[in-house]
Ligand binder design. Structure first.
Ligand code: C2E
Ligand code: MG
Ligand code: MG
Ligand code: MG
Length: 292
């Protein structure tokens, strides 16, 4: 391909650019009908209490099953939907679906846990966000304490009045708030003083670095002790092996999430009746549940 057509670099570059632009435009166009055509689903990944093995929460992660292109990961279409504003209606669908599913689990008699929903900064800054959220909780009859919103550090840069009011109103409403991918964004610790978050989620990249040696361990344990001192909970993301788990347990990390416990799965594929027995086994290093 490149040999045939690529007589100069500029041609290749602009062709690639055009392809990428075309792909994005296709996705943006197709996103318009995706909610209506029921092309989205949510997968759920448990967040485990590292002391007891209990499920403390489930994180809802969106999947787009595109009619022609197949499964498209959120990292590819969420940014596009943020640019176009479509994230507002997609995000509402996510909230409704996730809250309804959590209510369903409760009605099925499982010990209750929080449902964690990723919220884009764009969504959170929408003036109707809190109102919409309140309506969803009422409609799905889910108590606010069973909902947690995950936002990234970029939210902390948006020092707007709407945002401040929203955060206060959410607190009053009783939902929890956590900072996702902690440590990768524009962290300024002073922001943590101004807003009160319930939890931080240590970014997966630091957990991956634990085995690599000193830096991964130092950063991870520093975030854990920072969270402890600020009276916030702390979750390790992306735990994939027992070395990571052992270190995190030793450092008193509260909760953990990752393929080691379970991949994100459709709701009906989680064998909740077997939790926490199989998780305790995996914490003790005997088996890795739900993974092949
Ligand atoms: P996130 O919120 O940080 O979610 C964690 C991501 O790490 C998920 O990717 C999850 O599948 C993956 N993951 C979990 N455990 C492991 C592990 O042990 N190893 C590895 N390698 N990966 C692991 P996913 O589902 O592709 O989502 C990517 C990102 O897309 C999310 O990152 C979140 O920022 C965004 N996203 C997903 N669903 C939504 C949504 O409903 N709304 C919004 N606004 N964003 C979403
Ligand atoms: Mg998240
Ligand atoms: Mg994350
Ligand atoms: Mg992420």
């Amino acid at each position: 391909y490149t040999k045939q057509y690529g007589k100069n670099n500029y041609t290749i570059y602009s062709e690639e650019l055009d392809q990428e632009t075309a792909y994005k435009l296709t996705l943006e166009q197709d996103l318009k009908s995706a909610v209506k055509n029921q092309e989205f689903t949510l997968h759920y990944q448990p967040i485990i209490d590292l002391k007891t093995g209990n499920i403390n929460a489930m994180e809802a992660l969106i999947r787009w099953n595109h009619p022609e292109l197949g499964l498209i990961p959120p990292d590819q279409f969420i940014p596009i939907s943020e640019e176009s504003g479509q994230i507002v209606s997609i995000g509402k669908w996510v909230l409704e679906t996730a809250c309804a599913q959590n209510k369903k689990w409760q009605q099925e008699g499982y010990p209750p846990f929080r449902i964690c929903v990723n919220i884009s900064t764009i969504q959170l800054q929408h003036p109707n966000f809190v109102q919409t959220l309140k309506a969803v909780l009422e409609d799905k009859e889910l108590e606010s304490k069973w909902l947690e919103l995950e936002v990234t550090e970029s939210i902390l840069l948006e020092d707007t009045q709407t945002l401040k009011e929203s955060l206060i109103n959410l607190k009053t409403l009783g939902v929890s708030m956590s900072i996702d991918d902690f440590g990768t964004g524009y962290t300024s610790l002073s922001y943590l003083r101004n807003f009160s978050f319930d939890r931080v989620k240590i970014d997966r990249s630091f957990i991956q670095d634990i085995a690599a040696g000193l830096n991964g361990k130092a950063i991870t344990s520093t975030i854990i002790s920072l969270a402890n001192k600020l009276k916030m909970g702390v979750v390790a993301e992306g735990i994939e092996d027992s070395t990571q788990l052992t270190y995190l347990t030793q450092e008193n990390c509260d909760d953990g999430q990752g393929y080691y416990f379970s991949r994100p799965l459709p709701a009906e594929m989680h064998i909740l009746s077997k939790f926490p027995e199989n998780i305790i086994q995996s914490i003790q290093g005997k088996a890795s549940p739900e993974s092949e």
